[in-house]
Design a protein around this ligand. Structure first.
Ligand code: THU
Length: 157
């Protein structure tokens, strides 16, 4: 019989605040997004991105961008982290931190990722960071105002 191993340790953060992250947690989650960036598979763009997503229960799911020789199949870091969380049964999120190698600009999520975030609510926080760990905080709603979402299809997520 084959021995099956789980490659993922469940990461959590200690955070008391219900909706928003404490300052200490923000720092930790940004570090986790920077750590996730190290796994980026981006031989085509050479643009590394990492994301760290915090669920409402303080679980952390990370993701990096994963590109493909068939360019349009590449997946962004944010979508990767969200898909990992959803596939493990988590659908409610407090925040996501996004890291790149840019030192002069806060990394800005693409339109597709904004829509992907919006699927799981409009009122949660997105930390757009620079390489030094400084950040700009925006809500999903600010990033994608008047967005189409599950409610428009009378869905409850
Ligand atoms: N990318 C992300 O992973 N997240 C973003 O927020 C912006 C762009 C990736 C997609 C592609 O692999 C590379 O960065 C260049 O666009």
């Amino acid at each position: 019989m084959d021995e099956l191993k789980s490659s993922r340790e469940v990461m959590t953060v200690k955070d008391n605040s219900s909706g928003h992250l404490s300052q200490d947690t923000v720092k930790k989650v940004i570090l986790q997004s920077q750590e996730a960036k190290k796994q980026a598979y981006c031989p085509y763009s050479k643009f590394r991105v990492g994301a760290a997503l915090v669920t409402i229960n303080n679980f952390v799911f990370t993701g990096c961008n994963v590109e493909n020789a068939c360019y349009n199949l590449g997946v962004c870091a944010e979508r990767n982290a969200i898909s990992k969380a959803v596939s493990e049964g988590h659908r409610r999120f407090k925040a996501i931190a996004i890291a790149s190698d840019k030192s002069d600009q806060f990394i800005s999520p693409c339109g597709g990722c904004r829509q992907f975030m919006r699927e799981f609510g409009t009122d949660w926080d997105v930390y757009l960071t620079k390489v030094d760990g400084s950040y700009k905080k925006m809500t999903v709603d600010e990033l994608l105002p008047t967005a189409f979402g599950p409610e428009d299809l009378s869905m409850k997520i």
